[in-house]
Design a protein around this ligand. Structure first.
Ligand code: GDP
Ligand code: MG
Length: 440
């Protein structure tokens, strides 16, 4: 999707005034791009119709830069459909807040339950996970494992005590939470591979029995055209208050987000972006719109960096930047922080204009960081603190010590110099000049 739209807008940018033919051509491309991204057909039709209408209207005609105005309109319309403002989880006035999960089997409910529990724990809540999926033999077990990883408590039916009714278990779970002073209850439920009347009835009964503050519909972002039917079925069968888009780390570029939000009118609250329990982000309509438009998810990127760098560390670096004492030791620390941030490929994927750099991303080798580490570790403290000391013979010694070549050492020093320059630019409040990254 992104590559296509980028191309379309590039064509527009080279033009002055827009003719109706320009608008039609652009709308046609947008339509094709959205269909490629598996946005459902009725959604695409509505979307392109309103973009077309606005693009032919006065706001574009009178604009100084008509092409930019069209981009603006497409962006606004996307943000509008995706819910406008970011919507946060709603907590009950009188705890416990009850959150029920619904969705097809394999959509990512149990994983999300763990992610949410972990995040809530971090924020000082005391979530209780309730295992109300009694359909699959291993489901309770899976939630147990997830709860343990999240450091959260689980309420599960005891084996052999005759509690085989998911509705009763869910209700008992909420009562248990109230007695044990858990302020949030997350109810994991069963799913089927396809939409199914019995499953819907069960989910609807769990809803009636527990009166949840939020019913979150978890949907796999890769589901494609089925997104519309599945979402409609769950809206009619259980009704939900919000959506969790899972597996956004895959190839999906937002097609399902647009379809579900457009068809159900319900806000997307979370984006689930991996199998690990930390791979959870609040959903930002404006950023998703930008991502669809390939402007890049800069804000998410920055936020991830912020949560990975611990704050003290960040303060230290900032101080060093201010006093220009950024050293190779700091560089090494930064590299290690970067490793902590998780896959570099994922990070690169969020940078703007990187759609066309997929191949290069595939070639990125995280062992590079290990090699860098080896080289820096072979330096003396004095050398790490003052890279200017690194003359030819010192570089040779370091290369031998780390099992690398002098060229490797040279290229590291060069990269360090670039990084130091970039850090200085950022410290002055500027935006570093990364190739392929336009103004934000
Ligand atoms: P449930 O049947 O709805 O409870 O789905 P699960 O939570 O068991 O998830 C089904 C599969 O999808 C598991 O293998 C998960 O590890 C995987 N999964 C869940 N969420 C994500 C995600 O955000 N990204 C990726 N890549 N995999 C996920
Ligand atoms: Mg499950």
């Amino acid at each position: 999707l992104s590559d296509r739209l980028t191309e379309t807008f590039r064509n527009l940018r080279t033009k002055g005034k827009l003719t109706p033919a320009d608008v039609d051509g652009t709308v046609r491309e947008i339509r094709r791009a959205l269909l490629d991204a598996d946005v459902a057909l009725p959604v695409v039709k509505d979307f392109t119709a309103s973009v077309r209408e606005r693009a032919l209207g006065d706001e574009v005609n009178k604009a100084l830069n008509p092409a930019q105005q069209v981009v603006q309109i497409v962006n606004e319309e996307l943000v509008g459909i995706l819910g406008g403002q970011q919507r946060r989880l709603q907590f009950a006035k009188n705890p416990p807040t009850v959150i029920m999960l619904a969705g097809l089997q394999g959509s990512g409910k149990t994983t999300f339950a763990g992610k949410l529990a972990k995040q809530l724990e971090k924020e000082g809540h005391t979530p209780l996970l309730v295992a109300a999926d009694l359909q699959r033999p291993n489901a309770v077990n899976q939630l147990q494992v997830v709860a343990q990883q999240a450091g959260a408590t689980i309420f599960a039916p005891e084996p052999g005590n005759g509690v085989g009714d998911p509705v009763k278990v869910a209700k008992a779970g909420v009562e248990h939470a109230r007695r044990q002073q858990h302020d949030v209850v997350i109810i994991d439920t069963a799913g089927r591979l396809g939409v199914d009347a019995e499953l819907m009835k069960q989910a609807s009964n769990i809803r009636k029995a527990t009166d949840p503050d939020e019913v979150l519909f978890v949907i796999d972002a890769m589901i494609g055209q089925d997104a519309v039917n599945t979402a409609k079925a769950f809206q009619e069968g259980v009704d939900f208050t919000g959506v969790v888009l899972s597996k956004l780390d895959g190839d999906a570029r937002g097609g399902a987000a647009l379809s579900v939000a457009s068809v159900t009118g319900r806000p997307i609250i979370y984006a689930s972006t991996g199998e690990g329990l930390d791979d959870l982000e609040p959903f930002h309509p404006d950023r998703m719109a930008s991502r669809i438009l390939d402007l890049g998810d800069i804000l998410t990127l920055i936020e991830q960096a912020q949560s990975a760098f611990d704050e003290e560390e960040a303060m230290k670096v900032a101080e060093k930047l201010a006093t220009s004492t950024f050293t190779l030791e700091d560089f090494l620390e930064q590299m290690q922080q970067m490793k902590k941030m998780g896959s570099m490929k994922k990070m690169l994927g969020m940078l703007p204009g990187m759609g066309s750099m997929k191949q290069q991303m595939e070639n990125f080798d995280e062992r590079e960081i290990d090699r860098t580490e080896a080289i820096i570790r072979s330096m003396t403290i004095a050398e790490r603190r003052n890279p200017k000391l690194l003359n030819g013979s010192r570089r040779l010694r370091i290369a031998r010590g780390s099992g690398m070549t002098v060229t490797d050492v040279n290229s590291l020093v060069q990269r360090f110099d670039q990084a130091a320059k970039m850090m200085k630019t950022m410290a002055r409040g500027g935006v570093p000049n990364i190739p392929g990254m336009g103004p934000v």
